[in-house]
Design a protein around this ligand. Structure first.
Ligand code: PLP
Length: 514
């Protein structure tokens, strides 16, 4: 069908600029990495463990990549193990070291601002008898070293502290923390995921025992991580099987991903050289945002040495992040509220809570993370969209959280639920009770059936498409339009009780021209 029939799509096409400002969630795959991965996929299918020539060639590619990763982090190649992701690296160390020390020693000290791959593993280890203590951080998110020193005791066997935080960008003094660990004969794990490619990483100089890395944060592929284990530090296999990775991580190696990781590491110096430019762009961004909203609060440390060059966490009092992010998404700008892993959940970020923000302030906070391709025009565009929004030149869409979508709203006579899910989602899941289903691509055919006097609650699977439709409805004169934050996927997780009880009841499929 011709595009001229899709009035709604034409509405979308008006805003066709795309500005990606969420590089801490993931990055695009660089052309160097793409070339290397394509070459390996095309020409090198041999199993690195096979003894014949095509296997030996694959093993050579793998060792070359190991050398590239080692050189980017200042380690010896024999200290690098490839894993599926940094989540695996963190899990492997925390679990293996705990089993090595237990029951002789029982305590791990960590921080409240670690990534969920650490925090949730620690929570699991507590169920296995490990004692976990969290060292407090200050308002900037810096670990309080004096407190850490006090928490150390005979039972402590590991400190786990990230180099740089994914949400605020705060950088820890890892060398100082490792010195404390050494004084007490305790091992040290550091999560370097957000640091590599943004600030210099030198695991030997820091003296850490273990460090985790992920390729997709530095323009490499997803699904490949690395673990640094200092020679001589205890480590037992996480996966049992073949003898790959010196018997410490079984499973045939993902050669194209490993080669991609190696290629990404070859660009680390180039990325570090770009940090100055990125930091200058971040300063421009902060300056513009402060001009537009003078009461904004910067949560990221403002001194260069204490914050990643690309990361800004900022609170805009009175501006809900869900609505702001939805509007920015509608205009092609990608930013986030916290970590990508928590998107869809309506819980305030644990990192922002740990540095003292209230629940409300956390819900008024966004994270902007710049990258290698970010330009001054991107910053200009993003800040212009933001200004239009806070100065009321963009229509306001009311947001409700999955927790708020309760029976009162579901059965409210004054609320009209408009379900704009695509057909495949309708096949998999039942709709909200009392909802009205239309195709998201032909909303314009049903406008005269929608009640102008009611609150129209637009829902879709993830909360993005419904936002677009909401803006479209606003442009067509519907005054009261709301959106479900995180969409039906989040609501089903959050209110599975209501889904089980009412989903699929009293659904109307709207017919055009009725
Ligand atoms: N640690 C930090 C600080 C991260 O930001 C992330 C990803 O967001 C991870 C660990 C997990 O990395 P992966 O996606 O490779 O499991």
């Amino acid at each position: 069908m011709e595009i001229q029939y899709f009035e709604f799509l034409k509405h979308l096409i008006r805003f066709n600029r795309y500005v990606y400002l969420d590089h801490n969630a993931t990055t695009n795959v660089s052309s160097r990495v793409q070339r290397e991965m394509n070459r390996v996929l095309k020409d090198h299918y041999g199993n690195p463990s096979s003894f014949y020539v095509i296997g030996r060639k694959s093993a050579e590619i793998m060792e070359q990549a190991r050398g590239q990763v080692a050189s980017a982090i200042h380690a010896d190649p024999r200290e690098i193990y490839f894993t599926a992701c940094a989540t695996e690296s963190n899990n492997a160390v925390l679990k293996s070291v705990s089993s090595h020390f237990s029951p002789r020693k029982k305590k791990i000290i960590s921080t409240p601002i670690e990534h969920p791959s650490v925090l949730n593993t620690l929570e699991y280890l507590e169920t296995q008898g490990i004692v976990v203590e969290y060292c407090p951080v200050d308002r900037q998110g810096r670990v309080r070293l004096a407190e850490l020193e006090k928490q150390m005791d005979e039972q402590t066997f590991l400190i786990c502290c990230m180099v740089a935080n994914n949400e605020t960008g705060v950088i820890q003094d890892i060398a100082a923390i490792t010195k404390i660990a050494r004084r007490h004969d305790v091992l040290m794990l550091t999560d370097c995921v957000q640091a590599l490619g943004k600030i210099p990483v030198d695991v030997h100089e820091w003296g850490v025992d273990y460090a985790s890395f992920s390729a997709h944060k530095l323009y490499g592929p997803k699904g490949i991580g690395a673990l640094y284990v200092k020679q001589g530090s205890p480590f037992t296999p996480f996966l049992h099987g073949g003898h790959q990775e010196s018997g410490l991580r079984a499973g045939t190696e993902s050669l194209h991903n490993i080669a991609g990781f190696g290629a990404a590491c070859q660009d680390v110096d180039k990325l570090l050289a770009d940090a100055k430019r990125i930091r200058a762009l971040k300063s421009q961004l902060i300056q513009r945002l402060k001009e537009i909203k003078p009461d904004c609060v910067i949560n990221s440390p403002e001194t260069d040495a204490e914050c990643l060059p690309n990361t800004l966490s900022i609170t805009f009092p009175g501006v809900e992040n869900a609505g702001l992010m939805g509007m920015l998404d509608y205009r092609g700008v990608a930013v986030s509220a916290g970590s990508a892993c928590s998107t869809g959940e309506d819980k305030p970020s644990h990192v922002l809570k740990a540095i003292g923000l209230s629940n409300q302030a956390a819900r008024e906070t966004i994270r902007v993370s710049l990258g290698h391709s970010t330009s001054a025009r991107d910053i200009q565009y993003m800040t212009q969209m933001f200004q239009d929004y806070v100065e009321g030149r963009t229509p306001f869409i009311n947001m409700i959280t999955p927790a708020q979508l309760n029976e009162t709203i579901l059965f409210d006579e004054q609320t009209y639920i408009l379900d704009v899910r695509p057909p495949d989602d309708r096949k998999r899941f039942k709709g909200l009770p009392n909802s009205h289903e239309v195709s998201p691509f032909s909303v314009e055919k049903y406008l005269d059936q929608l009640p102008k006097e009611k609150q129209i609650l637009v829902v879709c699977p993830g909360g993005g498409l419904s936002f677009m439709v909401s803006y479209y409805l606003k442009s067509k004169g519907f005054k009261r339009v709301s959106n479900l934050r995180g969409g039906l996927d989040s609501w089903r997780k959050r209110r599975n009780d209501l889904y089980q009880k009412y989903a699929g009841q009293n659904i109307t499929v709207l017919q055009p021209g009725k």
